[in-house]
Design a protein around this ligand. Structure first.
Ligand code: F6P
Length: 513
């Protein structure tokens, strides 16, 4: 850690901890100062998202010291490196060009992304026009970043209408694939095999079983029903997919950042190209904001200031995200990979041990369900857990407006209650009924949860993750932590490996060796 970084952290650590209530009482402009909007589009396509961080412990003084930290960490230069396609993933000597998929990056990266998108759009439109016969179902096979984004976006955006019925299958547990088979007619089913590397054992095993299922059900040319989505097109062709149905994406797009590339194929198949493009546009609005806003006015960076404050100064080991919208039921799952696989590290980008905690555990659920399950601990437990609330002003349902009104009032009431605390006992003294309060939350409120808003929400989190990584001095774009377990499983499959007695006994008990 450089002297400047150490000095900035020291200054941050010296701040007193006034309560949230005190902070509001002391500053009439707090909501205005700590809320911001990112807007996009015009006319019918206009939308935006309000990001309210006023119920966190950030103060003018803390923000100034975090800005000094960002300066000491060379945030501006690192952001430019990211957005101009320089190497930002030193362990793999790679750039991270996911924003180029949305039109923000070096000319060469943006042009390459646009050309690949045109190819993807042409194939999708040809399929919709019947080039591969009638297509009613799409089984999308992938795992991790090749599944979580598509699953979230398809679930969020096809509640009213889907041009094809999409089933995302990730788990190697055959039950997952069987469930998709049961819902699909093989004669009208396409299979998308999504894998950046085209080697992942779960995906390749599931893909082989999907081909067998098609064949067993009378499809003459099963591999002719496959579209491959990959950064290793040669491997897909080797596996048997005709080049015309291989949709590549650049190696520099990381798996958990790949929804915007051809990995988004099932989304575009289900919602149509225009809506997919709207999702990219919403993300781009956040890219534009992230690229130009400075210091505390940069909303992903501001969120990272709060994240760092809670994890490093207040010792919070988890952060929770509750989506008050059924359409975002899969958002916490998506964020888990994005945040934990990116920033769950113990070494800096220079390969030295980190000096403090890195990514907290991301978890969450949907409101109001979670209120009746886990909120007890949030309000009265001994852990301090910063909470993110996500909601939309426009309802997603056509029922009595009471549904959406109650949903939103509950969302806002939870944030207010976490902060205010109080005592529900009639005498005000019963500790079992006491709420300590002063528990932080942030609220992300979309005008409407359409494709653009979903894109914006995801891009906001991508940049928040990057900003956190810069402040911690770590590389968010590699993921070597997933390799050892994979290798050991492979060793067992290959009949090798020298395992501990417990593992040997489990393998023997299950009869797998
Ligand atoms: O095991 C982790 C991981 O490498 C993720 O980073 C990635 O999203 C996932 O596996 C799937 O990898 P692939 O797209 O290459 O199949």
């Amino acid at each position: 850690m450089s002297d400047a970084v150490a000095a900035a952290w020291k200054a941050i650590g010296l701040h007193k901890d006034p309560t949230l209530q005190d902070l509001f009482a002391a500053d009439r402009d707090r909501v205005e100062k700590l809320s911001g909007r990112i807007d996009w589009g015009e006319g019918d396509g206009a939308g935006g998202i309000l990001l309210d961080w006023s119920k966190t412990h950030l103060t003018d003084g803390l923000l100034a010291d975090f800005e000094a930290l960002a300066l000491a960490c060379e945030f501006d230069a690192k952001r430019s490196a990211l957005l101009s396609g320089e190497v930002v993933n030193p362990t793999e000597a790679r750039a991270a060009t996911h924003t180029a998929q949305r039109g923000v990056g070096s000319d060469a990266d943006v042009e390459e992304a646009a050309a690949l998108h045109r190819r993807m759009q042409m194939l999708i439109e040809a399929i919709h026009d019947g080039a591969l016969g009638e297509v009613k179902h799409l089984i999308h096979i992938g795992i991790g970043g090749s599944a979580l984004g598509p699953a979230l976006a398809v679930d969020a955006l096809t509640r009213d209408l889907a041009l094809v019925d999409v089933h995302v299958v990730s788990n190697i547990d055959g039950l997952a694939l069987e469930q998709a088979f049961a819902a699909c007619d093989p004669a009208t089913t396409l299979v998308a095999v999504a894998s950046k590397t085209f080697t992942t054992i779960e995906t390749m095993t599931n893909a082989a079983s999907a081909l067998a299922w098609l064949e067993d059900n009378g499809i003459d040319d099963p591999v002719g029903r496959v579209v491959a989505l990959t950064a290793s097109p040669g491997k897909a062709v080797e596996w048997g997919v005709d080049e015309t149905r291989v949709l590549p994406f650049p190696e520099s797009v990381g798996g958990r950042y790949s929804l915007w590339s051809s990995i988004g194929f099932p989304v575009a198949m289900a919602v149509g190209w225009e809506e997919f493009a709207a999702m990219l546009d919403g993300a781009r609005a956040v890219d534009d904001h992230f690229a130009s806003a400075r210091g505390r006015d940069n909303l992903p960076l501001r969120a990272a200031f709060a994240d760092q404050y809670y994890s490093r100064i207040r010792g919070c080991q988890t952060r929770a995200c509750f989506a008050y919208d059924e359409r975002l039921a899969l958002l916490p799952d998506y964020l888990q990979q994005l945040e934990m696989e990116s920033n769950g590290k113990s070494v800096t980008a220079k390969g030295e041990p980190v000096s403090g905690p890195t990514a907290p555990v991301t978890w969450g659920g949907v409101g109001t369900d979670a209120q009746h399950a886990v909120f007890q601990l949030l309000h009265q437990g001994t852990h301090l857990i910063p909470v993110d609330f996500v909601a939309a002003i426009a309802p997603g349902d056509d029922l009595d407006p009471a549904h959406h009104r109650i949903l939103l009032t509950n969302c806002f009431a939870q944030g207010a209650a976490l902060m205010a605390g109080g005592n529900m006992a009639s005498d005000g003294k019963d500790l079992a009924r006491a709420f300590p309060g002063d528990r932080p939350s942030a609220t992300m409120l979309c005008d409407d949860l359409d494709a653009a808003a979903l894109g914006a929400l995801i891009a906001f989190h991508e940049h928040r993750v990057f900003a956190n990584a810069v402040l911690m001095g770590i590389n968010p774009f590699d993921q070597f932590g997933v390799e050892l377990g994979k290798k050991m499983a492979k060793d067992i499959e290959g009949g090798g490996g020298d395992f501990d007695p417990s593992t040997q006994a489990l393998l023997a008990a299950a009869g797998v060796i």
